[in-house]
Ligand binder design. Structure first.
Ligand code: KG4
Ligand code: ZN
Length: 360
């Protein structure tokens, strides 16, 4: 079956066309996957401005649809099902995608599957990994993005329990704010990751010769790392960076060495906390797999360190992580989640409406 999926929960206007098949071992082929980024527009504000994002989605969707159909060499009449993100996310932005999906559904007499954005981030993993080929459950899922940081116990497809989440800023939001403090631009995550790579820290091998002697001298606290719960807190990290930055002389603040060290340390704080809590939950619930998703999971250092820690501490568990391209927002993951819902129940359809604070 061919699924057309729409994702407009934040600042990316995304449409994907996916061919889905199989019941016990669902398989997916991407026919097209268009992501129209609004980064240039939101850069000025250092974050996403919801009503500007809404306007851009309205403007972009018809063009993104044309590109997606052309890329897939498909006519709208050949689509079998429509999927759309209904939450969580920015309400005005969600409504643009939902109304667009409703128009298409009406025109083509198709059904719509409402999709939870967090669930879609998890299901991005099943693009390349045939779910059903091995028992994955119970699984621990960590979803880390610009809007969310959640640790979820997944007992089956569609069966979730949130074990913990951030009490304030999401990890990606923290990266974005740290980058703003350091004057690095938006979105912060990829910039911080790039600059951190230029420092030799924690035995990293990806060093440039001239920085071999540069060891990290900044030491920031790891928030909530030893607390007996699965919650997170990242707003203190942003404040710690701000105080450290303010205490430096104008010359140091502008130095490449300081900025790179700060990026590496802030990134390492986030990685340490995420790995510690995820592995703790994985051991407590004796899980068969650890599944990651969300924009922050595109971080190379995080991917590398998670992989080696899991191999060392829980070698029998399966570790799933999407290709970097499918960690950040896209509509392919929305189509995959929709297919799993459709397999479970192809007859019952809920009311399609935006739910900004939708829980998994
Ligand atoms: O999942 P996503 O695309 O959108 C939301 O659902 O929020 O995540 C976006 C977040 C941003 O905060 C961005 O800074 C962060 O993911 N991000 C990264 C990287 N690429 C994107 N963070 C760290 N390292 C990266 N390579
Ligand atoms: Zn997302």
């Amino acid at each position: 079956m061919k699924i057309l999926a729409i994702e407009t929960s934040c600042d990316d206007t995304c449409i994907a066309l996916i061919k889905a098949s199989g019941k016990t071992r669902p398989c997916f082929k991407i026919l097209s996957n268009i992501v129209s980024s609004q980064v240039k527009i939101h850069k000025k504000w250092g974050g996403v401005y919801p009503f500007l994002a809404k306007r851009e989605h309205q403007k972009n969707l018809p063009m993104v649809l044309r590109k997606a159909l052309k890329g897939a060499k498909l006519l709208l009449e050949k689509v079998d099902l429509i999927a759309v993100t209904v939450g969580p996310g920015l309400e005005p932005c969600l409504w643009v995608g939902i109304n667009f999906a409703k128009d298409l559904a009406k025109k083509s007499n198709l059904k719509i599957v409402p999709v939870n954005h967090i669930e879609a981030h998890i299901y991005a993993n099943f693009l390349n990994y045939a779910a059903g080929s091995r028992n994955l459950f119970p699984a621990i899922c960590l979803v880390v993005s610009g809007g969310h940081t959640q640790l979820i116990l997944m007992r089956d497809f569609g069966n979730y329990k949130i074990l913990g989440e951030t009490r304030d800023d999401a990890a990606g939001e923290c990266f974005d704010k740290v980058a703003r403090i350091l004057g690095l631009g938006y979105p912060g995550g990829p910039i911080i990751s790039k600059l951190a790579k230029k420092i030799n820290y924690r035995g990293s091998t990806s060093i440039k010769f001239e920085f071999v002697r540069d060891r990290i001298s900044i030491n920031l606290p790891r928030p909530m790392i030893h607390q007996k719960n699965y919650d997170f807190s990242f707003s203190g990290l942003k404040t710690a960076v701000l105080y450290n930055f303010r205490n430096q002389s104008p010359k140091i603040r502008k130095s490449k060495k300081y900025i790179r060290e700060m990026c590496a340390e802030a990134q390492q704080v986030v990685i340490d906390v995420l790995i510690h809590k995820t592995l703790k939950a994985a051991k407590e619930y004796n899980v068969k797999s650890i599944i990651l998703g969300g924009g922050v999971v595109a971080n190379d250092e995080l991917r590398k360190q998670f992989k080696s820690k899991i191999k060392k501490e829980i070698p029998n568990s399966l570790f799933l992580i999407p290709d970097s391209k499918f960690c950040t927002d896209n509509a392919a993951m929305v189509a995959i989640a929709a297919y799993f819902h459709w397999l479970k129940d192809a007859t019952v359809w809920q009311k399609i409406e935006a739910k900004a604070n939708l829980r998994i």
